[in-house]
Structures are given as C-alpha cells and as structure tokens.
Design a protein around this ligand. Sequence first.
Ligand SMILES: CC(C)(COP(=O)(O)OP(=O)(O)OC[C@H]1O[C@@H](n2cnc3c(N)ncnc32)[C@H](O)[C@@H]1OP(=O)(O)O)[C@@H](O)C(=O)NCCC(=O)NCCS
Length: 181
Amino acid sequence: MDLDTARLSLRRPAAADVDAILRIHRDPRTCTHNPSDALATRNEAEAVFGRWDHHWQRFGFGYWVVRRHDSAMPVGFAGVKLVRFGERRVLNLFYRFAPPAWGHGLASEAATAIVAWATEALPEYAILARVRPDNVASQRVALKAGLVRAPHLDGPGDDGLDWIFTSGWPNEPAGLHDTQS
Ligand SMILES: CC(C)(COP(=O)(O)OP(=O)(O)OC[C@H]1O[C@@H](n2cnc3c(N)ncnc32)[C@H](O)[C@@H]1OP(=O)(O)O)[C@@H](O)C(=O)NCCC(=O)NCCS
C-alpha cells in the first residue's frame, strides 16, 4: 500500500530503513516532547522496525517511510496504527521528521494524505493524534490534516498529559469544532 503526494512518496518500511529509524529517533530534537520514543542503539531501532512491520503484516497498512520524490534518503515517518484507546480501537496518527526537513510543510502534506486515505479506506475507525500540550508544530500538523481538538478525550500518555485531536470520533459534542492550538 503506497501513497504519493505532490512532493512525497510514502512506502512500507523495509529492513534497510532501520538506519533511518535510528538516525531520526536518536536526534534529541525529534523526541523533545516524547522522550519515551527516543532511541539510542541499532537494536532498539530494529525492535521498532519489527513492531511496525508486524502491524503491516497483520493489517496491510501502518507507518510509512517518507521520501521526497527526487531523493532516496528518508525524511521521516508517518502513518496510522491500530491502538486501543479506552474501550475503542482507533487509528493512532503518527509523524516524525528529520529536523533538516522541518518547516517546509512536508509533515502537513504527508498527514493530510494519510488522513484522507484512512478516512476512505478505514471508515470504521476514528483517527486520533495524541500530542503534548507544548508541541505546537505537531498540533498545527494535526489540524491541517483535518483533525479537530477534542479536550474531553485528553488524558495521561507515555510522557505526561496528551491533548487529543481526532477525526471521526462518534457523538462529537457541540462546540468540538472550536479548535484550540
Ligand atoms: C511535528 C513535525 C512532524 C512537523 O514537521 P514539519 O514538516 O516541520 O511540519 P510543517 O512544515 O508541515 O509545519 C506544520 C506547522 O507547524 C508550525 N511549526 C513548525 N515548527 C514550529 C514550532 N517550533 N513552533 C510552532 N509552530 C511550528 C509551522 O509553522 C506549520 O504551521 P502553519 O502552516 O500554520 O504555519 C516535526 O516538528 C517533528 O518531527 N517533530 C518531532 C516529532 C514529533 O513531535 N512528532 C509528533 C508527536 S505527537
């Protein structure tokens, strides 16, 4: 399952992408808000690849490796993964890009394509982004991808309080579309 946007190709990660997983997750700037995601060793990166690959094997989608069309070097990772959220299974929206690629709208471009694809292909699942309150860039990406702020779903995450952004959450209360960022 591939996705393409104007500037980006999204492909299923392969074992050869472990180096990029390590490069991007070992850069302290990429895990400032989510230190529990930081990686230090190749073994850890292999374990992350193994979890991502297992999800792909099981469900036929997951987190993609993102490249510009004109380059073989990965610029980041983005995608959706099935997770349990309270009583529901939802699609966790994820994106993490290499700092040299930041600030060019790439994460927004990838996330927008992913949300559009998931909304069409997996309509039975709500999409959730769990974002730390200080992570303004990530919140902007979630909103630009079409998610809305859902304060009534906020709660503790792996690194502290998570603010929730969602698309497709059932019974959205009135006023939910008043986004905050
Ligand atoms: C979040 C992240 C993926 C954004 O990547 P990006 O390619 O720079 O994003 P975009 O260029 O599409 O920019 C998205 C928006 O964030 C804004 N932004 C970027 N950096 C920002 C910052 N430090 N503070 C405030 N806003 C910022 C941009 O201005 C843009 O908003 P706008 O279009 O309304 O002006 C990137 O910063 C990253 O990889 N961070 C580390 C991993 C992470 O936190 N992932 C999310 C976990 S929930």
